[in-house]
Design a protein. Structure first.
Length: 304
């Protein structure tokens, strides 16, 4: 095939979620509502964290970062997907495809690392409350946030640079609603072994490294609470502050582990799509609710 058809592909066609007309309208309305919820909810949290002095604490500093990420994250994929529901298959240039791939992995891996920083913050707050302000100083918080964004930036850069070196000469239909790395690799004519190695080694460690830190933080918190805290309500208080964070971790990590950590050759894109939808459209819309519904400080700041 490669010998017969050596014309380089300059654009791709995103096939999207479904071809069924009735479903497209239903999906359009559903995902538009989710997207608007994400923008409004996360925008509100960012505004509150900046404008309310009582929320100038490490926990809310990270939450503000997370909400910022969620606004950009859903914007990378959802608007393009929405126009796909209205106008059918979406054409995307090679450059546009690389840009989408870059920002998706940049924001996604930043979020994964940021959740580990938030787990560390909870660990210090519960297990070392007297030294909390010393350990989680504004400088430490800034370093953790900058590290999260930098790791995401570099990780996405590696994927984009390697993907830009591939040649595409066969068909150009991407079985997905955005340019993700795996569906793109399936279309390449040149060798993708380096890209797959990056996906299996680096991406897996960017997912599993922070995940291990989160699990360790919570194991320490649980053992601390069981050993040191005697009263029943005293035990529940630390867990209620961690609950929102744990729900976020589950919502992000379960789909991401499912999509990116198994060896990535020969996996059907049909299986990946609903999972990708979960963390690109659904989770960003849920995050603000998870934090505000469970949190007295945020609720009173909201009323103000």
């Amino acid at each position: 095939l490669a010998m017969l058809n050596q014309t380089e592909v300059s654009e791709f066609i995103l096939l999207g979620l479904t071809n069924i007309q009735g479903l497209q309208h239903f999906f359009f309305i559903s995902f538009l509502l989710l997207y608007l919820t994400s923008l409004l909810g996360n925008g509100t949290i960012v505004t509150m964290v900046i404008s309310e002095p009582r929320l100038h604490t490490p926990m809310y500093f990270f939450l503000g970062n997370l909400s910022c990420l969620d606004i950009f994250y859903s914007t990378v994929t959802v608007p393009k997907m929405l126009s796909g529901f209205l106008f059918g298959h979406q054409h995307i240039s090679f450059g546009g495809c690389l840009a989408q791939l870059y920002f998706f992995h940049f924001l996604g891996s930043t979020e994964v690392v940021l959740l580990a920083a938030m787990a560390y913050d909870r660990y210090v707050a519960i297990c070392n409350p007297l030294r909390y302000t010393l350990v989680m100083s504004p400088r430490t918080c800034l370093i953790l946030a900058v590290a999260s964004w930098s790791i995401g930036f570099l990780h996405a850069l590696m994927h984009s640079v390697l993907a830009s070196q591939l040649s595409f000469c066969g068909h150009n239909h991407i079985h997905h609603f955005f340019c993700d790395i795996k569906p793109l690799l399936n279309l390449a004519c040149s060798s993708t072994s380096l890209n797959l190695a990056l996906l299996n080694i680096v991406t897996s460690s960017i997912v599993l490294g922070p995940f291990t830190l989160i699990v360790l933080s919570y194991l320490y918190i649980i053992s601390f609470v069981i050993k040191k805290v005697r009263s029943q309500e005293g035990r529940w208080k630390p867990f209620s502050t961690c609950a929102s964070h744990l729900i976020l971790v589950a919502l992000l990590y379960i789909p991401v582990l499912f999509n990116y950590t198994p060896p990535s050759s020969g996996v059907s894109p049909r299986r990946d799509m609903p999972v990708s939808l979960m963390y690109s459209a659904v989770t960003p819309a849920l995050n603000p609710f998870i934090y505000t519904l469970r949190n007295q400080e945020v609720r009173s700041a909201l009323k103000k």
